[in-house]
Design a protein around this ligand. Structure first.
Ligand SMILES: Cc1ncc(COP(=O)(O)O)c(C=O)c1O
Length: 452
């Protein structure tokens, strides 16, 4: 199941970034768009295997980010590589929007078996998370004959114009683009660690009640529920800080959608494909099903793919309503089919087991370091929120400390990435083993100690 993990620790042998990495960074600065939201530290990859990334200077890093929750089966998993090599020698492209090949119905059937949707489903294939979201938005509008959406503050759904109308995790994502094309009302996300009014810690029942009261006011004032096409939910908010929604809240949203003919669109782009220790984050909320589910990231082990799966009776649009030249490319679909096989063959379980081990270790650190305000999440989707920890307001967010810790980890060979204002996300490849966790936690603790 796990590719070679003989190497036990990162190896840092140059100053970082090293000279060869710096050449690439300089070329990038000259020729590549400056709009990418790269962190302060500069990791350049040359090659990678399993949980290890090697840079052009020969430094080896332990990867606990997986290319932002994408390399679910680890880097270059031998079975993924073999399946892709076979596929590229047989059929690379034929444009599934005009012709047929086996991969589309095969993956559609597989997703039908695993997505948290009641009854038969159909799938539209895309190339990215944002494209999967675009599909969901268009489909919900088409099916309901309505145009409005409800989304959440601090959500992230992508940067294409439709998806950007939903996205609200950072000002930089919208700055300069002025009006949004879609009519979206943002309501607070039920974050119990920071109540949206008090900024204080509260409990699930209180934050659930308060967000639902807010939603009700929206329905009663600006946006009648009967005009809403869809509510778009990240069951665990990703870019916004790895914040899980309470079960009672998710259940209530389902009820509200049922009562008002609203589509419950669940964005599993980051939280799906085993990341949370179950195949989908929504599976943590027993009995609650979506109308439409969006997937991407971990679905293809690094191959670009997005998918939007909906109840078959909802996906009732006419021929020509939505399609994409590359979406559902046979090479990307081969990666997805093999990825799901590996997930079902043990990686979801590993995500749950080793994720719990990582979470326990992070909670131990929380006992010892008052600057760790919160450890949260499921499986291998864990957020650690940094706070002042002392002084007048120990609960106050400490984004600078988070940034220092992120940088110190990089310097020591551990790759982790921030999310939200002051959290660090742990989104390792799902092949991560307990021995890797021990090394990662040791480095993380050193980084915290040096950065306080
Ligand atoms: C929850 C969620 N939805 C959508 C997207 C957009 O995906 P992509 O970057 O593939 O367009 C992301 C990307 O981070 C995401 O985390």
């Amino acid at each position: 199941m796990t590719p070679s993990t003989e190497l036990q620790r990162p190896i840092i042998k140059t100053s970082l970034p090293g000279p060869r990495s710096l050449e690439i960074i300089q070329g990038d600065e000259q020729y590549v768009t400056p709009s990418y939201p790269r962190p302060d530290y500069k990791l350049v990859a040359d090659h990678a295997s399993g949980v290890w990334i090697t840079d052009p200077d020969g430094n080896v890093f332990l990867d606990c980010n997986a290319g932002v929750a994408v390399c679910s089966t680890g880097h270059c998993h031998p079975e993924i590589v073999a399946a892709l090599q076979k596929q590229v020698s047989e059929l690379i492209h034929l444009c599934g929007t005009d012709f047929y090949y086996r991969h589309m119905p095969e993956l559609g059937k597989k997703l039908n078996e695993i997505v948290p949707i009641d009854g038969p489903t159909k799938t539209h294939f895309a190339n990215s998370g944002a494209e999967a979201i675009e599909t969901a938005l268009k489909l919900a509008m088409y099916h309901t004959h309505r145009q409005k959406f409800i989304a959440f503050q601090s959500s992230f759904h992508g940067r294409t114009l439709g998806a950007l109308s939903l996205t609200s995790s950072k000002k930089a994502q919208r700055l300069g683009f002025m009006r949004q094309p879609l009519d979206v009302v943002h309501i607070p996300y039920p974050n119990k660690f920071r109540h949206f009014v008090t900024d204080q810690q509260t409990d699930e029942a209180t934050v659930t009640r308060d967000v639902l009261t807010w939603l009700n006011r929206v329905f009663e004032t600006t946006t009648p529920a009967t005009e809403v096409a869809g509510i778009v939910l990240e069951v665990v908010q990703g870019e916004g800080g790895y914040v899980p929604a309470p079960t009672a809240f998710v259940r209530e949203l389902r009820r509200i959608c049922d009562e008002n003919g609203i589509m419950l669109i669940v964005d599993e782009v980051q939280s799906g494909m085993g990341r949370t220790g179950k195949m989908f984050a929504l599976d943590h909320h027993e009995g609650v099903k979506a109308d439409i589910v969006c997937m991407a990231k971990g679905l293809g082990s690094g191959m670009p793919i997005g998918a939007c799966t909906a109840r078959a009776d909802i996906m009732d649009w006419h021929k020509g309503a939505h399609a994409s030249t590359f979406g559902g490319n046979p090479v990307a679909l081969t990666a997805a089919l093999k990825t799901i096989e590996l997930l079902q063959g043990g990686l979801v379980e590993n995500s749950r087991e080793v994720g719990a081990y990582l979470e326990a270790g992070l909670n131990e650190l929380k006992q010892r370091y008052s600057v760790i305000g919160d450890v949260r999440g499921f499986g291998m989707m864990l957020g650690v929120e940094f706070v002042k920890g002392s002084g007048d307001d120990p609960h106050a967010a400490d984004p600078e400390l988070r940034d220092r810790i992120e940088m110190a980890c990089y310097q020591k060979g551990l790759i982790i990435l921030g999310c939200g204002a002051n959290a660090i996300r742990w989104s390792p490849p799902l092949i991560l083993a307990k021995e890797h966790v021990d090394v990662a936690l040791e480095i993380f603790e050193e980084a915290i100690r040096e950065s306080i």
